[in-house]
Design a protein around this ligand. Structure first.
Ligand code: DGY
Length: 319
């Protein structure tokens, strides 16, 4: 049995795959992802693929991999995978929910704090010698405590963001497909429609998956409904936000700032207009990037992969 792993992942996970009798492991040992051509070439006779969110897995690619039994993604989001195309070909698909929830919520909240209190700007100024004295109004931001946070999408990560918001004595409002009685009783969160959320929130934090319905669900129309003093936080997927319109909104002052961990194009091109704006904090998609969590994600992805190879139910199947 041949397995292709599309990037170097923690040894704990590779050991799980190597524990399968008769497995031949092929690991893409480069910091950048395989090109589409390289990926296609490496899976032509593979039985299993462990991939990342940087790999596009679609019908034409799968047609060149007739032996494939399982596609195991090391991420909770799987918008890069055409799941129906996998199903049509009898290929099982797995992802890694649960193990990254708190770590991603920590990052979302850290990004919210950094954007509200202008941490990147202040540190950059310190490093470049701009700190001349303690100054009454230099680097002043906005308070996080006693503000209102609007959480869009109350799934696992949204729930953990609410827990952190509660600790900061924020009023919590949320919108989404359905109500979550648990977040209401635990943290006093209030379920509202999206327009109300946009109008009332000081911070809007996005926690929806990328689907055809959520793509560009944040654009000028939504930014116009937000307070001019409000801050947008996105740690979900870049294309949920129309980035061109976000730049426009930030330039026009329709909203006060944005903290972004995800972008429409990743890595963010160095000539992107976002990089010229002072009122943004930009991170390189590190929501789940703690050593422990990334290791757990890799291990879970390996377990999904092995189950698929052995024709067993995946611990975390998609679809
Ligand atoms: C995911 O899991 O979908 C994140 O974006 C990477 O942790």
């Amino acid at each position: 049995m041949r397995v292709f792993v599309s990037r170097a992942i923690p040894k704990d996970a590779l050991d799980i795959i190597q524990g399968v009798q008769g497995v031949e492991l092929d690991v893409w040992d480069d910091v950048t992802p395989p090109t589409r051509e390289a990926l296609a070439a490496r899976i032509t006779d593979a039985d299993g693929l462990l991939c990342l969110l940087t790999d596009r897995i679609d019908g034409p690619l799968l047609d060149g991999a007739p032996r494939l039994k399982v596609v195991s993604q090391m991420a909770v989001g799987y918008d890069n995978i055409d799941v129906p195309a996998c199903k049509q070909r009898g290929i099982a698909v797995g992802n890694t929910p649960g193990v990254l929830t708190e770590t991603t919520a920590d990052l979302a909240f850290g990004l919210l704090l950094a954007t509200a209190r202008r941490l990147s700007e202040a540190e950059n100024d310190l490093r470049s010698g701009e700190w001349k004295t303690w100054s009454p109004m230099q680097w002043t931001g906005v308070d996080v405590h006693d503000s209102t946070i609007g959480i869009v999408g109350m799934g696992r990560i949204g729930y953990e963001v609410a827990r952190r918001a509660h600790g900061f004595e924020q009023e919590i409002i949320y919108s989404g497909r359905s109500r979550n009685p648990q977040v209401e009783s635990a943290f006093g969160a209030e379920f509202v429609d999206l327009d109300t959320l946009l109008q009332r929130s000081d911070f809007v934090s996005i926690h929806t998956p990328l689907t055809p319905e959520t793509r560009h669900s944040f654009g000028l129309e939504q930014f116009r409904k937000m307070k001019r003093s409000s801050i947008l936080i996105n740690t979900s997927r870049g294309p949920v936000v129309n980035q061109v319109e976000l730049v426009e909104a930030l330039r026009q002052g329709l909203i006060a700032g944005a903290g972004l961990d995800v972008f429409e194009i990743e890595p963010l091109p160095l000539d992107d207009p976002l990089l010229s704006l002072p009122n943004v904090v930009l991170l390189p998609h590190i929501g789940s990037a703690s050593i422990r969590t990334r290791t757990r994600m890799a291990v879970l992805a390996a377990r999904n992969l092995v189950a698929g190879l052995e024709g067993k139910p995946l611990p975390n199947p998609v679809g």
